[in-house]
Design a protein around this ligand. Sequence first.
Ligand code: GCU
Length: 427
Amino acid sequence: MINMEHGGLYYTFLRWTKWSKHTSILYRYLESKVPEYELPPLLIKNDGSKVKNSNDWYEFRRNELLNLLKTHEYGRSPKYSGGLKYKVIEHNELALNGLAIRKQIGICLHPDDEDSIMNLLIYLPVDDEKPIPLIVGLNFYGNQTIHRDRRIILPKTWIRNKESYGITNNRATHDSRGVRSYRWPVEFVLKQGFGLATAYYGDICPDRNDGCDLGVNNLYKTEKNASRKVDDWGAISAWAWGLSRAMDYFEDDDDIDEHNIGVMGHSRLGKTSLWAGAQDERFSYIIASASGCGGAALSKRSFGETVKLINDRFPHWFCKNFEKYNANECNLPIDQHMLIALNAPRPLYVSMADRDLWADPKGMYEAMVEADKAYKLLGTQGLPDGHKLEVGKHFYGQIGFHMRPGGHDVLKSDWEHYLKFIKLHMK
Ligand code: GCU
């Protein structure tokens, strides 16, 4: 079967000619071609002993896993010891026709660089009792794309051109207001009693091959212009770090319930939300849409997008060490079940779509099944009884998931599940 997403046949053709001289790219979509693999064990410590209880998990295994993922996949972010400043740029109690409070906060990402600002846009339901639970997620083309609200501040940072969105010369324009609103059902979220916050991921690290020489990765280099060390942070780590800086702000805002914050992301930003939740336990709910390779999908299956394909196209997303596993997944000492498990025991939701084979729904499901062992060890239900991967079905355990019909996207119907799932678990 051919994945018709990502530009359809033409894109598939390009991938074929570039990466696969002798074998058809279709090879990547054949379940029969998935190699035999053994997953690195989740509940065996580095010294070979078993993880027997939650104490073993919190004292030893969790740190070992974090360390493994930092070393081999995402890289190490600089230690953050607090003290970054933020500025309330705007606070309006009558936004969206009186439905919302809108706040726009400029968070400075480095103490010595006043220009390194991440603009956080927050909508809160006007009538609800404070503090309010909230979902935060990064966006791809600027805060103005999530809603037609003309008061949303346009980003000043580099943005990938997209003519159909009115984004040319790598700058945001008024024309791009609301172009991605179908992915961000703001009013619906507010009416469900949740706040919604977002920031443009390029404010943190531009999503381009030289991104790590720019953005926060560059600001925190100990040696100016030094090239990336093998385990230095990549862009995904930088974006996750930015989400934690948003979390710092939520802790300071009395209108927001910092004990009920969900982190959500789609695709590369779904990989990011999983990694943000893994590292920062202040996020209470973790939601990953179509996160695929480097997200919830097992790398060792080499199905759909592989480690080599992702590293070749996006050399800045992961740390340099990850390149060692290009076409060499069998030697990976880690896999993505570990990423999911690092979010345990917090409620975690994975959404997928049946035509999105590039993101390998089966690989995401199998990673959840493995991660379930950590969820159960920590005394939660983990995956609910009777779970299976089936189009149109959803399951809400401590791990929840659904696979809807369709392609690589995030829709209002996905959000309906996210909110129901969070409500079920709310503290
Ligand atoms: C590409 C990439 C995926 C990623 C997706 C996205 O398709 O190969 O890994 O998830 O972009 O972020 O939209």
